[in-house]
Design a protein around this ligand. Structure first.
Ligand SMILES: [Zn+2]
Length: 421
């Protein structure tokens, strides 16, 4: 029982460390109040009624499906994790290959991941039809299925690897496994964040260097002026899937590169592309990926310590039909607890994200000194990406990773009012 209490104490300490890192690293106030006060957020924000209607009806068509999908996934995961059904499934899928522990862990995890994806697949297909109807998705159904299959296979492999390591550690260190697993989970997050651009991105898109020209030169110069030189500017073949506009910066140090969607190059004037890329450079300047990785690593370690406390709690184990944390039949319960933890932490992650995004907007404005292009770009994101300029407050609080378009435009107006040296 002492090991169990130690796990709880570790979880609390890691939780406090997490709160401190978030409190210190989040830019809570991005812009000082301009003379005359902050600009009120105008939901229409210079958009035509038609643009607002279209973006809103798109969001209204998708929101219920996202919510149902989320709740359905959680419900199925809960049924499998909190009854013996999941344990039976884990045993059943391993039976044809002898039913050993490794087979249960590996095939059981894969089966649970695939099942979780299958139950929400009809809602995913519905969402894709909505994106088709609004012209946002250009994916063929064949490509959609391929994307679903590849992402399911990747998550099944990652989750199976994590579960196998967990069960192996429980066997090797029956009393302190949670501590080793917490360290492993944190390491996993760090390595994953470095591998993501190298392994996951190429599984979905191909990239080509942007041909030499004015735009490429200017983007590289902007990176230089931001103090974060980049190796290359790449164009991804995003138009195979979407008409949406986006860009990002990935990689670290010598592998750092700017990636822009090919959709941008066809549709947008250079100054708006520069505004988008300047925002992404803001993330690099402030080390947002590293901070996110640190927060993720602390969160993962804390969550594992919490598992160390929960998975030796007999009533819960009995409910799940597992004998202990080293029993592969515990996997459905673990996956359910992870799903609950992810859901509960979503508003906190998004709260931090919205502030970080506002700081990247500030960098874009400071770097380009072109609020006009920034505003045009924001309007275009509403018109083209169909971002709801003014979503319901509760939705934005829970799911909004960025400030709303209306807030971002008010932010640019505030920036213009500030006196600059
Ligand atoms: Zn951003």
């Amino acid at each position: 029982m002492r090991a169990r209490r130690a796990a709880l104490v570790a979880a609390i300490v890691l939780g406090i460390a997490l709160v401190v890192v978030i409190a210190v690293r989040t830019p809570w106030v991005v812009l000082p109040e301009p003379p005359g006060g902050y600009t009120p957020v105008d939901p229409a924000a210079g958009l035509s009624a038609e643009q607002v209607d279209r973006a809103e009806s798109f969001a209204t068509a998708l929101r219920p499906a996202s919510l149902i999908s989320l709740l359905l996934g959680l419900f199925v995961s809960g049924v499998l994790g909190l009854t013996r059904l999941g344990a039976r499934l884990v045993q059943a899928v391993a039976r044809p290959v002898g039913g050993g522990r490794a087979a249960q862990a590996l095939l059981g995890t894969a089966a649970l991941t695939v099942l979780g994806r299958l139950v929400t697949l009809p809602l995913g297909a519905y969402a894709e039809t909505v994106r088709h109807r609004y012209g946002l998705s250009t994916r063929s159904w064949g490509l959609w299925l391929r994307d679903v299959a590849v992402s399911t296979a990747i998550s099944a492999a990652i989750v199976a690897l994590a579960v196998m390591s967990l069960l192996w550690l429980v066997r090797r260190a029956p009393r302190t496994w949670w501590a080793w697993s917490a360290v492993a989970a944190a390491g996993f997050v760090v390595v994953g964040s470095f591998l993501y651009p190298v392994v996951i991105e190429p599984a979905f898109n191909t990239f080509e260097s942007m041909p030499a020209g004015e735009l490429r030169t200017e983007l590289l110069a902007m990176a230089e002026r931001s103090g974060v030189p980049v190796q290359d500017v790449l164009v991804s073949d995003a138009s195979r899937r979407t008409t949406a506009f986006n860009a990002y910066v990935s990689g670290f140090g010598s592998t750092r590169r700017i990636v822009v969607y090919d959709t941008l190059l066809e549709e947008l004037p250079d100054d708006e592309i520069e505004s988008i890329v300047a925002h992404e450079l803001g993330h690099v300047v402030h080390g947002d990926v590293l901070t996110g990785t640190l927060i993720g690593a602390l969160g993962a370690a804390g969550a594992v310590a919490l598992l160390g406390w929960l998975l030796v709690w007999t009533p819960l184990l009995r409910r799940a039909g597992a004998e202990g944390p080293g029993d592969p039949r515990v996997v459905p319960l673990v996956l359910f607890l992870v799903a609950v933890g992810t859901l509960v932490s979503t508003p906190a992650q998004n709260l931090v994200s919205r502030h970080v995004e506002a700081r990247a907007d500030l960098h874009a404005l400071n770097l380009t000194e072109d609020p006009e292009a920034f505003l045009r770009m924001q309007r275009r994101l509403v018109e083209n990406n169909l971002g709801d300029p003014d979503p319901p407050a509760a939705w934005q609080w829970f799911f909004g990773s960025h400030p709303t378009a209306a807030q971002r435009m008010a932010f640019a107006a505030d920036w213009s009012k500030l006196e600059r040296p």
